[in-house]
Design a protein around this ligand. Sequence first.
Ligand code: NOJ
Ligand code: CA
Length: 562
Amino acid sequence: MSYSSNGADAGSTSESAFTSAPNTAPIPSPAAVHAPWLRDAVFYEVYPQSFNDTNADGIGDLPGVTAKLDYIASLGATAIWLNPCFDSPFQDAGYDVRDYKKVAPRYGTNQDLVDLFAAAHERGMHVLLDLVAGHTSDEHPWFRASSQPERNEFSDRYIWTTSWVEGAPGLPFIGGVAPRNGTYILNFFACQPALNYGFARQEKPWMQSPDSPAARATRDAMVDVMLYWLELGADGFRCDMADSLVKYDDDRRTHTIAAWRDMIGRVRERFPQAAFVSEWGRPTLSLTAGFDMDFYLDWRWDGNPNGYCMLARDTDSQIGGAPDASFFRATSGTGAARFVREYLPQYEESRGNGYFCFITCNHDCARLAPRLSPREEQIAFTMFLTMPGVPYIYYGDEIGMSYRELPTKEGGYTRTGTRTPMQWNGGANRGFSDAPAEKLYLPVDTSSDAPTVAAQEADPESQLNYVRALTALRHETPALQSDGLFTVLHASDDDRAFVYARTAADGSSVVVALNPGLEPAAVELESVPAGVGGQVLLSRGGSAALEGSRIVLPAQSATILR
Ligand code: NOJ
Ligand code: CA
C-alpha cells in the first residue's frame, strides 16, 4: 500500500497512477520575483551567542561570525540566517527586541554587522536578519510610551483593552503592571507584548481593524526597520511568527497575508532582490503573502506529527528514550508513504510560488543527535540536502553536535540544550572562546567524544565532509537545486525504501535512494527517469544498485545516482 493525494491509503491502481506520473503540472506564475541566488542557495543558521567569541567575554559575537565566513562557505552554504542580534534584555534570547536598529552591545556594533554584510558579499554570500515583527520587548520605548495614561503617538502601537482586569477571548494578556488603565495582549512570553496589526473581527470597541491608522502605523514602522538594514547591506529577513500578526484572522490568514503583502511589497519597491523566509509552516499560504521561502517546521501536536516530524522527530521525547516512529530511525519500521501524503500536496500547490524549506534543526527544537545515530543522521541529511526548496543547516549539525540537557538560559527552557557553543577544535572551550569556562554563555560540550570541526576536517568519512560532498553535488547538479522537480519513484507504508527523482528544466534527472532500515531492500520503481543509468554519484552505507527498474538498497544506506 502506498500513498494518495487525499491522505487516504490508495489501492494499487491509484498508487501506480500517482507514482509513475511525471511531474508535469504547469508551474503557476510566481507571486513574487525571487532573488535568483535562491535557485541554488544553501543556508546556515547562526545563533550568534554560541558561534564564535572573539573578545573573550564568553559570548559569541558578530566579528566571530565574520571570522568564520570561510568555514561557512566551505560547507557549501551560500547564505546565513542570523538569529536576532539586536539590543534586548534577552528574556527570550533576543526575540524580545528593545531597539530594532541597534546591534546588542554584547555582539558588537552596527558597524560590525555592516562589516559582516560586506565580508559575506565579497564571498558571494548573503545574510538574512531575524525580523521579530509581531512583538517587541516590554522594555522597547514604543511600549514604554504606549503604557502611559496620556495619549501619545504609540498609544495604539500595541493592543490594549479598556478593562483593567480583562483580556480578550483566546489571547493571553497582562494586567496590573502599567500606569495605563487597561490590560495588554501578549504574543508569546510575558515580556513580549503584541504589536497592533489589527483584528480581522472587531468584537470589542478597542479592537481595531487591519486598515486602521494604528495598524498601518505598525506596518510602516516595520517597513522602516527593514529598509534601515537593507540600506546597510542586509539581504533580507527571516520573519518570526509570521502567521499571527492580525488577531482573530481566518484559517486562510487573509488579513495577515494582506499585511505582509503590503510590507513586503513596499520593501521590494526599493529592494526588489530582498529575500524573505517565514516562520509559518504553510507554504500554500505564506508564499502568497510574498515570502520567497517558508520552513517545514517541527510540528507535532498531541502526538500528531507533520511530514517533517514523521521523518525525523516522531517521538514523545526529542532527546531519546521514548518510542520513536521517525522514518530515519533504523528500528522504527516506518515507511516513507505517510510523509509523502503530507508533503506532496503542499509541494504541488506551492511549487512555482516559492520554496518549502527543509531544516536540519533550528534553535527551537532538539538537535537530532544523539537521538539519531551518526548513520541515521547522515541518511536524514542526504534527504534534507537533496529535496526541493532551499535547505537550512543549523550550526553544529554539520559535525553532529548533540543536544544537551541543561538548565534554562535566557528563556531557552528545553531549547537551551540545542544552543550550546560551537565545537571548533580540541583546545580550551573547544575553540569557542578564550574566556574562563565558567564565564561562557552556555557550557561547551567537553565530553571526550564531542565532535569538533578540526577532528572531522581530518577524517574523510566524517559527517562534516559528507555534508560538504552533498552540498557540492547539489551546487554542480541543477536537478538537485531549489527548482528541480520532485517525483516519487517508490514510497510505501510496508517497506523502508524511499526513492525519488529530481529533474532540472533541461530534463536531466538524478535519483535519490534511501533505506534507513536494518535490512537490505529491493523494490521495483514505478518509472526510471530518462537518462538515469545507475551511476553512483555519492553514497553512505554502501551504494544502491539499479538494474532496469529494480533497485537494491543496502541496509542503512543513502545513494544519489544518475
Ligand atoms: C519563534 C522563535 O523561533 C522563538 O525562538 C521565539 O521564542 C518565538 N518565536 C517568540 O519570538
Ligand atoms: Ca564576545
